[in-house]
Design a protein around this ligand. Structure first.
Ligand code: FES
Length: 386
């Protein structure tokens, strides 16, 4: 143990400082000599120092060694389990009613649990090693200012090496191997976890890839209605134009009749990150600039824009009817509802994707197609399909 004091020794009571050897002289010293010198130069008084195992190779020492190694072995095994679970465990989403749901539901607890156990056992192993093999030492040191010089650095390194020698680490092969195995396997697992997201291809599926299509895409010609979220996925509240007052905004989600009795599909349509759309009814007589190729995307004064900010993906929930601005609260990008969702202030650079809408024979607002560009923050493969 080393303790420090900020108070310099009283005048006339300091120990006379030994001459400081040159770096070349220190290079020629043994590790033992350097370690002793380090203490002297740092004003360290070693009051007590006793090796834990003065007699090498006793049964008690071997038992202590095995106890430490056991923690490293546990760390290595759980690290291996973490690696295998991360790579092989079925992680694809399964609904509660589907076969394989239990395995899917266990993916995160198993991966997280094994990783946590591995780190925990590794930490306990290090602590146990220090407690069982580091010498009992009490030292007192005077604190000094400024950076250490070259001699101090060399001698401190020697002190660390000597500490290693004192614990007999060089001859404790069991601990070296188990600790090396644990650190290596855990490190490998972390490396795989870091690289794995780069291996999965988000563009798998070509034009049907999840980044290109949203829940608004009509499948087999089925009508996609605009619906409200009432809090109950089964309570389907469709939107009619007369429901909305001029100068107001409402958040809507996609709905298909074929999903009506499918709880999973209903919840997914309400929760999918690219699904929310702001349905805005402008005040009458507003001057509107349409984007080329999107002249028929609106229904009268009704305009539908993706609610996902094109800057970093926050919900752009604030609509100011007086100025027709849509405000994202995260970094204050402002989009103009009367100019195809064009950003006019803040860090966002792309317009909010506009959903083409109309009113069907039954008088409900419906989407006529999916968005023509990717929803959310811009990315380097962004494209626009006029
Ligand atoms: S996420 Fe909307 S402005 Fe940054």
């Amino acid at each position: 143990m080393t303790t420090s004091s900020q108070h310099p020794p009283a005048l006339g009571t300091e120990n006379p400082q030994p001459p400081v050897p040159t770096a070349a002289e220190v290079e020629d010293m043994s590790v033992e000599q350097r370690a002793r010198l380090a203490g002297t130069l740092d004003d360290v008084d070693v009051v007590h120092n006793q090796r834990k195992w003065p007699l090498a190779g006793t049964r008690a020492e071997k038992r202590a060694e095995r106890a430490v190694a056991l923690w490293f072995v546990i760390s290595a095994l759980t690290g291996l389990a973490f690696l295998l679970a991360f790579v092989l465990w079925p992680y694809e989403y399964k609904a509660p009613s589907e076969e394989g749901y239990l395995l899917y539901a266990l993916y995160t607890p198993v991966v997280g649990g094994m990783f946590g156990l591995s780190v925990f056992a590794l930490g306990i192993g290090v602590i146990a090693y220090i407690k069982k093999f580091f010498p009992d030492e009490v030292s007192v040191q005077q604190r000094h200012d400024g950076a250490s010089d070259q001699v101090a650095r060399l001698t401190v390194t020697a002190q660390l090496m000597k500490a290693g020698q004192d614990t007999g680490i060089a001859r404790r092969k069991l601990i070296i191997r188990s600790a090396g195995g644990a650190a290596g396997i855990l490190g490998l697992g972390l490396g795989v976890a870091a690289v794995a997201p780069l291996v999965r291809n988000p563009w798998k599926g070509g034009d049907e890839a999840a980044l290109w299509v949203t829940g608004w895409r009509p499948v087999n010609g089925e009508t996609v209605y605009l619906r409200r979220d009432t809090g109950d996925p089964h309570e389907v509240s469709l939107v009619r134009p007369e429901d909305q007052a001029p100068g107001s905004m409402e958040t809507v989600f996609p709905f298909r009749e074929s999903d009506r009795d499918d709880e999973e599909a209903l919840i997914h349509a309400l929760r999918a990150s690219d699904a929310p759309v702001m349905l805005i009814r402008l005040r009458p007589g507003q001057q509107v600039v349409e984007r080329e190729g999107q002249e028929d995307f609106n229904y009268g004064d009704y305009y539908a824009y993706s609610k996902i900010c094109t800057h970093l993906g926050c919900p752009t929930s604030l609509y100011e009817a007086q100025t027709n601005r849509i405000l994202c609260p995260c970094h204050q990008t402002q989009f103009l509802a009367t100019e195809y969702g064009r950003p006019i202030f803040g860090p966002g650079t792309r317009p909010l994707p506009q959903l083409p809408i109309t009113v069907n024979d039954e008088g409900y607002l419906v989407a006529t197609s999916d968005f023509r560009e990717a929803v959310g923050p811009a990315f380097w493969e962004r494209r626009y399909n006029p």
